[in-house]
Design a protein around this ligand. Structure first.
Ligand code: NAP
Length: 237
């Protein structure tokens, strides 16, 4: 249920102008990062079931192979590659392989995140901050920067960042991670007006605990927004 609800939110952001019942992403090319498990895998599956060609990735080849096999067993047109989003050469390889295999990029779901630290924020180190900001924030921007020229060539696109309820209300033991998720809300608002000129929408989802399938708003006019899916937890910034 959790995965189904969340993946529908992401798919709806991507679809834009069409209702989910009429939806088709046939011919669209989608990159989903950190997509060999959890929300990323469920999102890749949702996009693939709507006809998108999907590129899955994560750090470990065995996980990529498993995810590709799973999605192929559901008749999804999928390819996979290893990509640690914190590494520039891996980000470049991911986009390059996507373009080589499918001919372009229409959709980026930037889903990867790490949290190497639990505790009081005052005990967090520079290394912790570097890791969290590199993977959770900088990679989201840098991947966007890599795919935008390809989206422009195709006349537009859709970028979705995966934030968290902790971006609105930091969890005390997850200070640096929470701040990184707040940064994604800002990144969404910073990018959306600039990329609107290229017909590229930029949105963000902020999951908490999802127990029911989320409703699906018409999304063609949505850009620069964060949709929360938090089971009633208050989210204000
Ligand atoms: P998950 O089930 O733990 O899956 C993690 C995935 O990320 C795996 O495929 C893993 O594969 C990959 N991965 C880890 N580090 C990576 C890296 N540096 N580069 C590329 N791939 C990497 O995670 P999840 O719970 O679905 O979380 C996905 C996103 O949702 C994250 O941004 C998280 O912050 C956000 N979120 C989750 C929840 C929740 O309740 N689960 C709530 C709020 C927000 P490898 O090990 O092969 O790399």
């Amino acid at each position: 249920m959790f995965r189904t609800g969340f993946r529908c939110i992401v798919a709806n952001f991507v679809l834009g102008q069409r209702s989910m019942s009429q939806s088709s992403l046939a011919g669209q090319i989608a990159i989903v990062t950190a997509s060999t498990d959890g929300i990323g895998l469920a999102t890749a599956q949702a996009l693939g079931q709507r006809g998108a060609h999907v590129v899955v990735s994560s750090r470990h080849q065995a996980n990529v192979d498993r995810a590709v096999a799973l999605l192929q067993s559901g008749n999804i047109d999928v390819t996979g590659t290893t990509c640690n989003v914190g590494k520039s050469e891996d980000r470049e390889k991911l986009v390059q392989k996507t373009v080589e295999r499918f001919g372009g990029v229409d959709i980026l779901v930037s889903n990867a995140a790490v949290n190497p630290f639990f505790g009081n924020i005052m005990d967090s180190t520079e290394a912790v901050w570097d890791k969290i900001l590199d993977v959770n924030v900088k990679s989201a921007f840098l991947l966007t920067k890599l795919v935008v020229p390809h989206m422009q060539k195709r006349g537009g696109g859709s970028v979705v960042f995966v934030s968290s309820v902790t971006g609105y209300q930091p969890v005390q033991t997850l200070g640096p991670y929470s701040v990184s998720k707040t940064a994604l809300l800002g990144l969404t608002k910073a990018l959306a007006p600039e990329l609107a000129q290229s017909n590229i929408r930029v949105n963000c989802v902020a999951p908490g605990v999802i127990k029911t399938q989320f409703s699906m708003p018409e999304a063609s006019y949505i850009t620069g927004e964060t949709i929360t899916a938090t089971g009633g937890m208050s989210c204000r910034l």
